[in-house]
Write a protein that binds this ligand. Sequence first.
Ligand code: PAF
Length: 291
Amino acid sequence: MRVLETVRELHALADAERAAGRRIALVPTMGALHAGHLALCELARGRADRVWVSIFVNPAQFDDADDLARYPRPLASDLARCRAAGVDAVFAPPVSEIYPPGSQTFVEVTELARDLCGASRPGHFRGVCTVVLKLFTIVGPDLAYFGQKDAQQAIILRKMVDDLNVPVELRVCPTIRESDGLALSSRNQYLNAEERRRAIVLIESLRAARDRIVAGERDGTVIREMLAERIRKTPGAALDYAAVVSAETLQPLERLEGKVLLAVAVRLGPARLIDNLLLQVSDASAEETSL
Ligand code: PAF
C-alpha cells in the first residue's frame, strides 16, 4: 500500500493509473476509521481496479476550534486498517498541502446547505465541498464513496458534482450500525458509558417515526414532533434538530410524499451525533429506501 503526503505525488500516481486504464475509487475520510469506512472500501473494491482512501482532518469544515483540536487522529492504526482492507493507496497530507498559505477559493452549495447541520455548523458544508472538490480534481477518481449517515453531505456533494459537471460517479452506501442500532461514527468514542446507552435514542426515535409512517401517518408535523419529543425526554440529550424533509430539497414536508428524509442531530455530553432514515412514501405505501 502506498502512503502519499503530497498533491504532486498523488497527481502523478493518478495519472499513471489512468494511463494504464485502471479505474480509481476514492473514499474520502477524516480518519479514525471504523467498520463504516471499511465497508465503503469493500464496496469500492467491487467496482474499481484501485481503492484509494484520503485521511485528512479538514480544518475548513470545523466551526469550533476545540472540536477540531480534539478530533481523533490515530494515523498508525488507520493505516494498518487500510492495509488489512486491501486499500491500494492512502493520501494523508498535512494541512499546508491542501491549504497552502494564501488559499482563498471555496466552493459553496447554497440552498441545500442552509438548514439542518448547515444551520448549527456555519461554514461546515463550504469546507466539505471545498476539500472534496480539491480531492476530485487532484485524483480524478471514476467513483467516490460516502456513507448515508451524513445524508445532507451526500445530497450536497451530489448537487456540487452535478452543478459543476465533475466527471465522477458518487455512490452513497448504507449506514453501518452497532448491534443496538447506533450508527458508527468517529465521534461515538467521545461518549461515556451512560451517554453511549442513551445514544440509541437517535435510531429508536427514527425507527418509531418510520413505523408510524408505514402504519399510515402522512402529516409531517406529527412525525417531526414525535421525533423531537422522544429525544427531549431522554435525560442528558439536547435536541439540535429533528427534521422531516424532502430528500431532494431538504425543505420541511407538511404532507409526506416522495423521498422523505427523517433526520436528527443530538448533543450527548461532548458529542454531537447525527442519524437518519430515508423513506419512499406514497398515499398507499411507505418503505425504507436509500440515497
Ligand atoms: O464525511 C467526512 O468524513 C468528511 O466530511 C469528508 C467527506 C471526508 C470531507 O472532509
